[in-house]
Design a protein around this ligand. Structure first.
Ligand code: GTP
Length: 597
């Protein structure tokens, strides 16, 4: 295709603002999906995506479109994931485009994550087409939010398009605007081939499917390709485009978007952000922007039933085929047995991975409280990277560093007070505050990542009745006054409960955990002390009193069937007990104590 007739664009939108619905309408309008084949959210393939209503993996679809000038254009719609954890993937799909549709719910206004992605698009020099969606809703306030959007991107409020992805109003105008406003791709057709990988998906039948955008030259089926970051070469088995079903083509030229199927076996050999070139005639320079995905949040995952351990290992290996950002290694815990320490991009990534393990592999899992990565420097100069609190080094510590993030909160102005209170309580530093409109503010904070992984989102939502939104990005690390708190049952540390916390919060953590455990662990034959300690210093203590457990005495009369039921129930409970030293702890206690509330 002549690059002058190509338009590569993506849709930047907050979850639920209607990106999938708009994509569905565009598929229908361009005629690539017939009306009777149309199912809602055609492009979201993973079941779990559809169920949770979020898009995890970006994909591209090629659409022929006859514009008002009667020329037929090729529109490549590149789907971007909406959530903060996947912002690196977002940045790569943006880099594959010349323009972005900024889609905002006309009843809600713009959200923090959308704003973050918008700024990223502006930095990448993308043409921005501002669009308000859901104008059919009675609660829509198109004038108000058009003014807001115009203020943010510096255009006239009348330039903001108004559509309803549901009814289809305005969608044709939007496509014409895309053709008119978004520049066509430019590249050197005679240079050695260079294409950027913006997505890479493992498919059981086809192996790894790599989605690329060609920048220079041409990729054809006849040649071997090379991944420029690793120099590894692979056989090219198929080149194609999604329209939206996979369709083979002979090659991809300047500005074109499509997929490659090669001999690659797992997505880690075909990483998002890497540059693909021809093995015979390799390009000299890699396209900028390649970055290894770096896990920021760690948690231990353990099967409820110890015999499921091999199943969990296989399941993690399978997920990793499709998720270059997921890392794991075996670990053992006194309390929880054999499991894996897993690293994730963020909390949502953790949650999704866990849900997929439980659903697709039928596993029941316990996860330990998520923690971040700490750098511990000892007085003798040795340095440790700690991804598991129970591996916190003993001895004389010079300093501990923790990761920090730059967080942006968007909220109605009335909640400024509660948000400041929350962020200050989480060791945040206010960097600045701006009014986007009369009643909406943007607040910028530096915050320790550790404070965000622990129920920050929930707190933010509950203090602002769900109206505030948060986005964050890594900002390096800082030295902090951190200590490890251990929880001991009868003098023995329970590794799954160890936590690295700020010194000022260590006492509260100790009190809370010991209280919780006293309530959760049933009385034993003897008294069991529950303690919280920093090193050898005990900071909190509770006692589980001794009793002789005699459930039958509670049964008055001689109702034999009731007695039997109770005995059976007790037997069942026993099965799920774990021994910590001499103390019997029901598995339920671990689960409840580890859950955030
Ligand atoms: P993710 O896939 O989670 O990113 O969400 P999304 O942004 O793709 O949103 P989706 O298309 O799933 O739409 C969210 C909800 O809004 C759905 O219930 C849609 O039916 C509804 N919706 C989308 N567009 C419109 C619209 O123009 N009008 C109305 N009334 N509802 C809409």
């Amino acid at each position: 295709t002549d690059p002058a007739l190509i338009r590569n664009f993506c849709i930047i939108a907050h979850i639920d603002h209607g990106k999938s619905t708009l994509a569905d309408r565009i598929l229908q309008l361009t005629g690539v999906v017939e009306d009777r084949q149309m199912r809602a959210q055609y492009l979201d393939r993973m079941d779990i995506e559809r169920e949770r209503g979020i898009t995890i993996k970006s994909q591209a679809v090629r659409l022929p479109y006859k514009a008002v000038d009667d020329a037929t254009y090729v529109l490549n719609l590149i789907d971007t994931p909406g959530h903060v954890d996947f912002s690196y993937e977002v940045s790569r799909s943006l880099a594959a485009c010349e323009g972005a549709v900024l889609l905002v719910d006309a009843a809600q206004g713009i959200e923090a994550q959308t704003l973050a992605n918008l700024y990223m698009a502006i930095e990448n020099d993308l043409a921005i087409i501002p669009v308000l969606n859901k104008i059919d809703l009675p609660a829509a306030q198109p004038e108000k939010y058009a003014a807001e959007l115009a203020g943010i991107i510096g255009c006239d409020p009348s330039d903001v398009l108004k559509v309803s992805a549901k009814t289809g109003i305005g969608v044709d105008d939007l496509l014409n605007e895309i053709v008119a406003k978004i520049p066509h791709p430019v590249g050197d057709p005679d240079a050695p081939a260079r294409a950027m990988i913006f997505d890479s998906v493992y498919d059981t039948y086809r192996g790894v499917v790599t989605y690329v955008r060609v920048v220079d030259g041409e990729l054809t089926t006849r040649e071997r390709i090379q991944m420029m970051s690793s120099k590894a070469t692979h056989e090219m088995l198929e080149i194609g485009v999604s329209s939206p079903e996979p369709t083979k083509v002979a090659g991809l030229g300047v500005g074109e978007v499509g997929y490659l199927i090669t001999g690659v076996k797992d997505v880690r050999q075909s990483r998002v952000g890497d540059t693909v070139t021809s093995a015979a005639k390799p390009a000299a320079e890699i396209l900028s922007g390649y970055r290894d995905p770096k896990p920021m949040v760690f948690s231990g995952l353990y099967p409820m039933d110890g015999t499921d351990y091999p199943v969990l290992r296989d399941a993690l290996e399978k997920l990793q085929l499709n998720d270059a950002a997921l890392v794991f290694e075996p670990e053992t815990s006194v309390a929880l047995g054999f499991g894996f320490r897993c690293g994730f991009l963020g909390l949502l990534h953790l949650e999704i991975t866990r849900a997929r393990l439980e659903r697709e592999f039928n596993l029941d899992l316990i996860s330990t409280a998520p923690n971040v990565v700490y750098q511990v420097v000892m007085e003798d100069g040795t340095e440790y990277t700690v991804t598991n609190p129970s591996e916190y080094p003993e001895g004389k510590i010079e300093e501990v560093r923790e990761p920090i993030v730059r967080g942006t909160v968007l909220s109605p102005a009335e909640f400024v007070g509660p948000i400041m209170e929350l962020c200050q309580g989480r060791r945040g530093t206010l960097l600045g505050m701006d009014y986007l409109s009369e009643d909406r503010v943007e607040m910028r904070y530096t915050l320790p990542l550790a404070e965000i992984v622990f129920d920050f989102f929930d707190q933010l939502k509950s203090r602002t009745r769900g109206y505030a939104s948060l986005d964050y990005e890594p900002q390096g690390e800082q030295v902090a006054d951190l200590v490890k708190v251990d929880i001991l049952l009868q003098g023995e540390a329970v590794d799954a409960f160890s936590a690295i916390v700020h010194k000022e919060k260590s006492y509260a953590y100790g009190v809370e955990m010991t209280k919780k455990l006293r309530e959760l662990i049933p009385r034993q034959q003897y008294e069991v002390p529950v303690q919280a300690a920093i090193g050898a210093r005990v900071i909190a203590r509770e006692n589980i009193r001794a009793i002789r457990k005699d459930v039958l005495s509670k049964c008055y009369g001689g109702d034999i069937s009731r007695k039997r039921k109770l005995l059976e129930k007790q037997k069942e409970g026993k099965k799920k007990m774990k021994m910590v030293g001499r103390v019997e702890v029901p598995q339920e206690a671990f689960i409840s104590a580890l859950s955030a509330d």
